[in-house]
Design a protein around this ligand. Sequence first.
Ligand code: IPM
Ligand code: MG
Length: 362
Amino acid sequence: MNFNIAVLPGDGIGPEVVREGTQVLKQVAGLYRFQVELEEGIVGGASIDAHGKPLTEPVLKLAKESDAVLLGAMGGPKWDALDYSLRPERALLALRQELGLFANLRPVKLFSALASASTLKREVVEGTDLLVVRELTGGIYFGQPKGITKLPDGTERGVNTEVYTTPEIERIAKVGFDAARRRRKKVTSVDKANVLEATELWRKVVTRVHKEQGYTDVALDHMLVDNCAMQLIRDPKQFDVMVTTNLFGDILSDEAAMLTGSIGMLPSASLGGKVGMYEPVHGSAPDITGKDMANPLATILTIALMLRHSLDQGKAADRVEAAVEKVLDEGYRTADIKSPGCKLIGCKEMGRLVRDKIEKLG
Ligand code: IPM
Ligand code: MG
């Protein structure tokens, strides 16, 4: 088997963590006897510098024609002053939309060795294992009308629109129910149905899909987003699969990341189109760029998701995750997850240790 992987390292710590991720990918390809061909493309701020825009046609084509896309991170203070339509983040949004990636899976699993790295109490976070299923190509991120207009009195008016249609809600609800079937069979749909009509529809459609499409073996409950934000830090173990809108998923997944000790631990998969896109949830972290301080584990765990969801290599995925767990159990930590008594190491060394464990786990 031969897989073409588009590698888009992006900005800031993106290239550093992606390097560790691709080394793991090449290693397991050797171990499990499949071929990977990696082709790199420039995106985000790096593309703005080279080509004047965050995403070029050739890179979009590279992504579309691949079997899977690995993405690092995009953005940084250098490009913050640019117009919205030219910002590095636009490349990410365009890729999601062009590739039809409406379902974003963000598994939030606490490795028990990291229970004390969380800012929350060990007894609250220990055992956390939830999956945020975030709608990714709709809602207020893309809804029309949008924009900033000048008013006659010289002030301005900024508008974004939360829009969801029945088919958009149906398909993401199904992704959530199907994912729950492979887990603990519980879905919490998160909305703001007491105030926002768009999510009143969301609740209605999710309820109907549950009933009419034969998902009654899965337990469904609904939660308002403000309550959910509170429940996540009060008792995260109550959640199995959380299905929610683009904006709420963006916010709740950052909050949930802190349950795992650091956003530097969180992988993600964006699915729904022909090609899956895989990225660590963290950003470009300009403050630590180039210092060999970044945590590559989110990207390495992202490779595990790619192996499982796009390359049909479930065993290799399990092995990568087990190797990460082992390195953490032995007390190795990057700066973002350090705790007293741990062995503080850099990005490259963390990558090397994980590869070492992958080798030994065979
Ligand atoms: C994320 C990020 C992006 C988002 C930004 C960088 C556009 O925060 O993937 O969570 O808001 O979706
Ligand atoms: Mg975000």
